[in-house]
Design a protein around this ligand. Structure first.
Ligand code: HAM
Length: 428
């Protein structure tokens, strides 16, 4: 048989890399707990129709979709928001709002693999359901700040926008929603000429084109200046003015909370998914030109899935990308090194005693491995040393008769005999 490899875009995580991923997951879970998000677990496989509904062309065309053995059109989840919206529209429909839900797990997209882009990746996803108020949007941004800080990525920038600004203009110009999405996707990719061609073909006014051009050219590091400029540009489009005002309120709330975020407002920013109706954002770190997360407000998804009209806002962070950001920054993981012990029987007849001793130690919370290769003592000690274990417990016949074992400190190369009921204390 040929040698098997992982599929393109799929990875094995060996202990060192897995440790960083789990570390980021721990930080994400801690943030969920601190902000009151309850963890739920949803299926990896869902109906294609559900996942594709508002995923946007980009994600939709890259879904791992197939027919299952029952002939159902299904797909591996490319994200969590559709599953959460399904739950809100069905099982949770009568629960008192707001609810804060948290999901963590793998997601799948047939993306072109490159640094930070894989076909299987992990997300931590937070959804705040039931509030249309700006403080809910502010919470999602603040929570993202907490996660980035927790992962040691203190220097990050937040790209912020509001889909209502451009949609407001295009709606007033009587351009349909589908066409609007196509235009916004092009603007998001900075393919402005193509975007404006679509706007022109949709018979929008000259004034509209001028406003759109000026909007995407408009940039300033000063958020308040930028928002005022945007507001002035869209003054004849009522809904767009409201969108800019909404964004201003959200960013003011974040800043007034004391959360200092280095944000830049981008008027042409759209994000790939189609369900957004309000504020959108993505965090970035230096030296990585891909977003570490992404989120925003989606007030119409739940009703699209047959639920009541339910406002919601959320974010998903790329666990892989945060881990990559940490590796690039060489951020040390804040993990306490626990003492590790190797239990070695002096001879084969003492195997069961070695297993018994190791159970006693584990019951006392000590991290224990048992020699299972049948090696001679010197070899077994050498191996424990090579693997940087802290102690060896040597199980010998004579000591056992006296209710003792030998504990060897592998770094100091010293050993002494201790009572079995005292060995855990000795190690700690
Ligand atoms: P998204 O921007 O499509 O948003 O994905 C969120 C994050 O997942 C990205 O910023 C990135 O860190 C990570 N990610 C996406 N694709 C890949 C990939 N191929 N390889 C590695 N990482 C990837 C969503 O998924 C929305 N559901 C976010 C949301 C939640 N909006 C509202 N609530």
């Amino acid at each position: 048989m040929s040698e098997f490899k992982t599929l393109r875009g799929m990875r094995d995580f060996l202990p060192e890399d897995a440790r960083t991923m789990i570390y980021v997951e721990d930080v994400a879970r801690k943030v969920a707990r601190l902000y009151g998000y309850k963890e739920i677990i949803t299926p990896v496989v869902e109906s294609y129709e559900l996942l594709a509904a508002k995923a946007g062309d980009e994600v939709r065309s890259r879904m791992f979709a197939f027919r299952d053995l029952g002939g159902r059109h299904v797909a591996l989840r490319p994200e969590f928001t559709a599953s959460v919206a399904r739950l809100v529209a069905t099982t949770l429909r009568n629960e008192p709002k707001p609810f804060r839900l948290f999901c963590m797990g793998s997601a799948y997209r047939y993306d072109e693999p490159q640094r930070g882009r894989y076909r299987e990746f992990w997300q931590s996803d937070y959804e705040l359901v039931g509030s249309s108020r700006p403080e809910a949007d502010a919470e999602i941004i603040m929570l993202t700040d907490s996660l980035m800080q927790g992962a040691g990525l203190k220097k990050f920038t937040m790209k912020v926008g509001h889909v209502g600004v451009i949609r407001g203009i295009l709606t007033q110009e009587r351009i349909g929603e589908k066409q609007q999405s196509a235009i916004m996707q092009l603007m998001d990719k900075k393919q402005y000429d193509d975007a404006f061609k679509l706007v022109k073909n949709a018979r929008a006014s000259e004034k509209c084109l001028t406003v759109l051009r000026q909007l995407v050219e408009c940039s300033s590091n000063d958020i308040s200046k930028m928002l005022s400029r945007m507001e002035k540009l869209v003054e004849n489009y009522e809904k767009s003015v409201a969108a800019v005002e909404n964004l201003r309120q959200i960013l003011e709330l974040v800043s007034q909370s004391g959360c200092k975020i280095d944000a830049t407002v981008d008027a042409g920013f759209a994000r790939g998914l189609e369900y957004y109706t309000g504020m959108i954002f993505e965090p970035y770190v230096p030296h990585l030109d891909i977003a570490l997360g992404g989120g925003g407000r989606y007030d119409r998804l739940v009703e699209l899935f047959g639920g009541e009209s339910t406002p919601a806002v959320g974010v998903a962070h790329g666990i892989d990308r945060i881990a990559l950001g940490m590796q690039l920054k060489k951020t040390a993981l804040k993990v306490e090194k626990e003492k590790t012990v190797m239990v070695i029987p002096i001879k084969e007849e003492l195997r069961s005693e070695a297993l018994k001793i190791s159970r006693m130690l584990r019951d006392a919370g000590v991290l224990v491995e048992v020699e299972v290769m049948g090696r001679k003592m010197a070899k077994a000690l050498e191996d424990a040393d090579r693997r940087k274990m802290d102690y060896a417990i040597i199980v010998g016949e004579r000591e056992l008769k006296e209710g003792t074992v030998v504990i060897r400190d592998l770094a100091k190369r010293q050993q002494n005999t201790v009572k079995i009921d005292k060995m855990a204390d000795e190690i700690r």
